[in-house]
Design a binder for this molecule. Structure first.
Ligand code: SAM
Length: 331
């Protein structure tokens, strides 16, 4: 089978699919306050178009497909897409990133259709603060969503907390306890300067070293690093001794992990984005709608991978991503 290797000898085996650029939450670090995506239906890839692109990637060696957004669970008929993706032979890992607001009603069926694991964004355990960060989110619904994922048997379940010094950093310990109590994983994420909202929030930076020191002090243990698998993400993961939970830290800025990057991103409008922190992209939607054959589209993908940038430039040049909105790219 052909595999996708970029100019820096990185094997690309992971596709993140943003199934919608709409979200029912408006996290202040993710999208600008008055940001509105007036996407029309025809601009967005249909479910069949998404499934076709995923199949072509799988034929090029991609084995992991993540559903993200916007909020993937608000995409109409998302379960049909999950079903289509679940039938693609080479895709053996199909995680979901969600804010869990709607997870309670879908967890069981998602699990049944092959969503083997889930990442849930949760930045605070305090109702008012949670609502402020998400600009209107409902913490109780999210917690019910987390518990539904546990009941459905999804594994692993990873909570993602974007840590910001003046916003929620005082909840690192509470979030750890919450995850350990539920025997699920927790990852602390450094804010990335994407879009003006992300750039603004990045001023509340808290370093990986500080987060880990707080975790170790709270758990009263030295953390044991866990080895990564081939398609794993960029988190540094640690097993929490005497618990089923793991803790991870993702620090795209202070600890550049681009040398191990194995992923590309497909936006809801069909743009293939080669790097979260660079503008390079190509429209697969245009290729599909120009009635290109499978082989022609695969060649477009191979050519695009040949232009994957070496690294993001969050630390040296944020101007090129100022206009992007994380909500449109899918994190
Ligand atoms: N709605 C889904 C969710 O809430 O997980 C998926 C989309 S959301 C854009 C994916 C992830 O990106 C979330 O964990 C969110 O916290 C993270 N994110 C958004 N903006 C970010 C930023 N500027 N820096 C770091 N993480 C960010």
């Amino acid at each position: 089978m052909t595999t996708l290797i970029d100019p820096f000898s990185r094997k690309i085996n992971y596709l993140r699919i943003s199934v919608t650029d709409h979200c029912n939450y408006r996290c202040f670090y993710c999208r600008d306050e008055f940001h509105n995506n007036r996407t029309t239906r025809s601009e967005v890839l249909s479910l069949e178009e998404i499934a076709r692109i995923a199949r072509l990637f799988s034929e090029l060696g991609v084995s992991k497909v993540r559903l993200t957004g916007g909020e993937p669970l608000i995409r109409k008929n998302i379960l049909s897409l999950v079903e289509m993706l679940g039938k693609i032979p080479n895709i053996n890992d199909m995680p979901l990133s969600t804010n869990a607001h709607l997870l309670k009603q879908h967890a069981q069926e998602l699990q049944h259709l092959g969503v083997n694991r889930v990442n849930i964004s949760i930045d605070s355990l305090q109702e008012k603060r949670f609502s402020d960060i998400t600009r209107g989110g409902d913490l109780s619904k999210v917690i019910k969503g987390i518990d539904a994922a546990i009941t459905a048997g999804m594994h692993p379940i990873k909570l993602n907390m974007v840590v910001m010094q003046d916003t929620n950093a005082d909840e690192i310990e509470a979030m750890l306890d919450f995850a350990i109590d539920r025997e699920i994983d927790i990852r602390f994420i450094e804010t990335m300067p994407i879009g003006t909202s992300g750039i603004e929030a990045s001023r509340q930076h808290i370093s990986q070293a500080d987060i880990l020191a707080r975790v170790e002090a709270h758990l009263k243990q030295d953390l044991q690093k866990i080895q990564l698998h081939d398609t794993d993400g960029p988190a540094h993961n640690y097993q929490i001794i005497n618990s089923k939970s793991r803790v991870g830290v993702i620090s795209a800025v202070s600890d550049n992990f681009c040398t191990t990057c194995n992923r590309v991103r497909l936006t809801a409008k069909g743009q293939l984005i080669l790097c979260l922190g660079q503008e390079n992209s190509v429209s697969l939607r245009d290729a599909i709608r120009a009635h290109k054959t499978d082989d022609e589209i695969k060649q477009i993908i191979i050519n695009a991978i040949g232009k994957k940038p070496e690294k993001h430039e969050f630390d040296t040049n944020i101007n090129n991503i100022e206009l992007r909105q994380m909500v449109e790219i899918g994190g």
